[in-house]
Design a protein around this ligand. Structure first.
Ligand code: SF4
Length: 466
């Protein structure tokens, strides 16, 4: 039986095509491995553009590369393990003489600092988040230098300009990052320590980036940040997210705007009204809740309560009847008894989320939660994770059945064999959610088609054009 157990976008490895097939023999070839969440993917896209602009040849294929650059994630143990494995594979190639230099960038060196060089001997350069924009010169420097290049400073001040990217995502959709860092301080989370305090990008910069992405072919923008509901607070602005959205919807060729990572207590009436009244902002709310039991939430240092969330969900469904809800939970947080876990399970049944992702708890070094007593045994965590996801599976399968016969406008992502299109309706975010499969459809990626749902398979919907 198919169970979507984990929902770890952080563990995806995004690959892309080589820039060009032509190159001269003297041109340095850079094999780039992009790991991590959508925020890190934006950093990767920016680095790729800079490498290409510097005249280096960039490819996802590390075979034949002179230099391997790995843009890492390191916020929880599995992400770190994946990054370390990729680094070790690259160093192994270097030992065999197949590659000259190995450069590690992103969250892992930012978190681990120079310890990483001791932990994994053979790295030629470590590049922290603040130094993303000099990646091309680091590559050139490392090829001529005998010693390790170390570029590490606390990532607490920089405001990223993410314009000019070599996109990893398909042409028709992109991520638009509106802020950096987080000031929420959830007790389990390493992100504020890695990426610094919350700071918003100025409105004019966000708009310029959005226009650039749309001009390059994006019809769907997915708004991201660690917490998009805090947008503008540090700039002294009130209701800044709805105001920003009011500007974004004016971009003519932009058709879908999706809000990802909405902190539950940051969803205001004004935001709900803005989404309800807009034809471009899709009726999709991604609200990571992490837990629902009051003691656990207190221990997580998250200020919402079960009652506020219940009211929020009721309000969303009353004001936007077709709204699609996604959430994320953590199971096995210290102090999660059977009764507290069952409370979460009952809530999930009541809330009937359309999409649900789940992590098991990782006691991350440096976080308050790692020092809490009553850690839950691994075996129990895994059982709970399975139980939660099976409960959610039943909910999704029922919801899918109830969609049969309904009409959906879908955005084509790509065409598979036998003229079957992989597509999404507004309630399916790219990369993390299920899909619509449209039969007998050869329409180009990036176009919208009207469909009728004729069936479902596991988490996905089967549709036909009409
Ligand atoms: S809001 Fe998200 S990024 Fe910020 S501290 Fe909490 S879990 Fe981490």
């Amino acid at each position: 039986m198919l169970i979507k157990i984990l929902d770890l976008p952080v563990l995806f490895c995004y690959l892309y095509r080589p820039m060009t097939t032509k190159h001269n023999k003297n041109q340095v070839i850079v094999g780039f491995i992009a790991l991590g969440c959508p925020k890190n993917m934006v950093d990767s896209e920016r680095m790729l553009a800079q490498i290409a602009q510097a005249g280096l040849l960039v490819t996802h294929d590390t075979a034949g590369a002179d230099v391997i650059v790995i843009n890492t994630c390191g916020f929880i143990a599995p992400a770190k393990a994946e990054a370390v494995a990729a680094i070790r594979r690259a160093i192994d190639k270097k030992r065999k003489g197949k590659v000259k230099k190995v450069i590690v960038a992103g969250c892992l060196p930012q978190r681990e600092g120079v310890r990483l060089l001791k932990e994994i001997p053979g790295i030629d350069a470590i590049v922290g988040l603040e130094h993303r924009d000099v990646i091309a010169s680091v590559i050139t420097q490392s090829l001529t230098a005998d010693k390790t290049v170390e570029l590490l400073t606390p990532a607490f001040t920089r405001l990223y300009d993410d314009r000019t990217r070599l996109r990893i995502t398909p042409r028709h959709w992109a991520y638009l990052r509106i802020s950096e860092g987080c000031s929420r301080n959830c007790s389990f989370c390493t992100i504020p320590a890695i990426r610094g305090k919350f700071r918003s990008k100025p409105v004019n910069l966000v708009l310029a980036e959005a226009k650039e992405l749309v001009e390059s072919g994006a019809v769907e923008l997915n708004i991201i940040a660690q917490d998009i509901t805090s947008y503008g607070r540090d700039l002294g602005l009130k209701d800044a997210l709805p105001a920003l959205l009011a500007q974004l919807v004016k971009i003519v060729r932009l058709k879908w705007i999706r809000l990802l990572y909405l902190y539950p207590t940051g969803i205001t009436n004004s935001l709900i009204e803005t989404v309800a009244q807009s034809e471009k902002i899709v009726h999709y709310f991604d609200i990571p809740l992490q837990h629902i039991n009051p003691e656990i939430l207190k221990s997580m240092r998250r200020p919402h309560s079960k009652d506020n969330i219940r009211r929020l969900i009721e309000t969303l469904r009353a004001k936007i009847p077709d709204c699609v809800l996604r959430t994320t939970f953590i199971v096995g947080f210290p102090g999660e008894t059977d009764a507290r876990f069952n409370e979460m399970l009952d809530f999930v049944k009541w809330a009937s989320f359309d999409h649900l992702g789940c992590f098991t708890f990782y006691p991350e070094k440096g976080t308050l939660a790692a020092r809490l007593q009553k850690q839950v045994p691994d075996r129990v965590e895994k059982q709970r994770l399975k139980q939660l996801m099976l409960t959610q599976q039943r909910i999704v399968f029922e919801k899918n059945k109830s969609r049969i016969g309904s009409r959906l406008t879908c955005l084509i992502d790509n065409i598979e064999k036998n003229h079957v299109a992989k597509a999404r309706f507004f309630g399916q975010a790219p990369e993390i959610d299920s899909l619509c499969f449209i039969k007998n459809c050869s329409t180009t990626a990036g176009t919208f088609v009207k469909t009728k749902v004729i069936g479902c398979k596991d988490y996905d919907l089967i549709c036909e054009k009409f």
